[in-house]
Design a protein around this ligand. Structure first.
Ligand SMILES: *Cc1c(COP(=O)(O)O)cnc(C)c1O
Length: 360
């Protein structure tokens, strides 16, 4: 039996989604209307944050959030290199100079030590990425004295100790790209913060730098979450906790079936409740393991084999001789195995058996 890398489906929600979309057409408002307003309130309440500002996508969310936090052209912003490219792209689009920091290859997240090693007197912000659904130690990073932006694109519904991912730093960003844990039916994103001024500035930046649509006080963006996507998200947000429970159950099933004998299993960061956006193991011969799984019809892939400090567009920001050993280790050994809200125990068993055959 083939096992897809993405074991999730919105099939069961089709009638309700279609109805919600039809209602938006009936109402005839498509940009910044009641659905966006209601979703912003609902997501903020779910996260325990004061403000949510819906924007066009998770990449713009990073740019807008960094500018709203006061980052200006030339300011240094610390970013991990082992993350989706958009984390760094969003910082560069804000005019910032990215400064790469290392990660802990066991959690795939930054640590206070790796961030501290990258700090200079010009550090204006830190971007902590909750990678693969794990949660970066954002509360500890806050003690470093620099604003922390949490890139929670992959961690909707995750928790760290008392707080929800997305409510841990000075601001946070989300993406609702269709493959994320909280998806919409296209592009969508959000900036979340407790700070009134940061929220106000993010609202202004998403609408061309204007508070009143008449006076344009700074050059911003045309980047809004639209009514159709907000209507979809209002239906799917109440499903998020249940979906994440299914993902955690699948992760437990991998461990129970003995996957740990054949690969290093994903490790929740201390105090983190992981939501397994992706189920990423580490293996010394990850490429070969991928081939063995592919031969059995099992989806598996590496996401960030070339980290951002070695990508053509962004290598120039890395100082000569920069060494990020945790990043290199993670980049070389990581492999995502099938995960999703509908991954059966039988499918998990099959993946583990295939990994067993691939390890001989
Ligand atoms: C998906 C993602 C983004 C970008 O989100 P888009 O909505 O695709 O622009 C940013 N950071 C991380 C870590 C992501 O996974």
């Amino acid at each position: 039996m083939a096992v897809s890398l993405f074991a999730s489906s919105l099939e069961a929600y089709k009638p309700r989604l279609a109805e919600a979309l039809a209602q938006v057409v009936d109402a005839g408002r498509y940009i910044l209307g009641p659905e966006v307003e209601a979703f912003e309130e609902e997501l903020a309440r779910y996260l325990g944050a004061r403000h949510c500002v819906g924007v066009g996508n998770g990449t713009d969310a990073i740019t807008i959030a960094l500018r709203a936090l006061g980052v200006e052209p030339g300011d240094e912003v610390i970013c991990p290199s082992f993350t989706f490219y958009a984390t760094v792209e969003g910082a560069v689009n804000a005019g910032a100079t990215p400064v790469y920091c290392d990660i802990d290859p066991h959690t795939f997240c930054v640590t206070p030590e790796t961030v501290r090693a990258a700090m200079t007197p010009r550090t204006k912000a830190i971007v902590a990425v909750d990678l693969f659904g794990n949660v970066a130690p954002t509360d500890e990073l806050a003690e470093l004295g620099v604003p922390v932006l949490e890139d929670a694109a992959q961690a909707a519904g995750a928790r760290l100790r008392e707080g929800m991912a997305g409510a841990l730093g000075d601001a946070a960003t989300f993406s609702f790209f269709p493959s994320k844990n909280l998806p919409c039916l296209g592009d969508g994103g959000a900036v979340v913060t407790d700070d009134d001024e940061v929220a106000k500035r993010a609202r202004r930046l998403r609408f061309h730098g204007s508070d009143d649509k008449k006076t344009f006080v700074e050059v911003g963006y045309n980047s809004r979450l639209d009514e159709m996507q907000a209507a979809v998200l209002r239906i799917l947000l109440p499903e998020l906790d249940g979906w994440n429970a299914s993902r955690r159950a699948a992760a437990q099933s991998y461990a129970r079936h003995g996957l740990g004998e054949y690969a290093e299993l994903p490790e929740p960061a201390p105090g983190a409740e992981h939501v397994y956006h992706l189920y990423v193991v580490r293996h010394e011969r990850a490429g070969r393991l991928r081939d063995v799984l592919a031969a059995r019809g099992i989806g598996a892939r590496a996401y960030y084999r070339t980290p951002i400090h070695r990508q053509p567009a962004t290598a120039g920001y890395a100082p000569a001789g920069l060494e990020l050993p945790g990043t290199d280790e993670a980049a070389r050994t990581h492999l995502a195995l099938p995960m999703g809200t509908q991954l059966s125990d039988g499918a998990v068993r099959e993946v583990v058996q295939a990994c067993a055959s691939g390890s001989t």
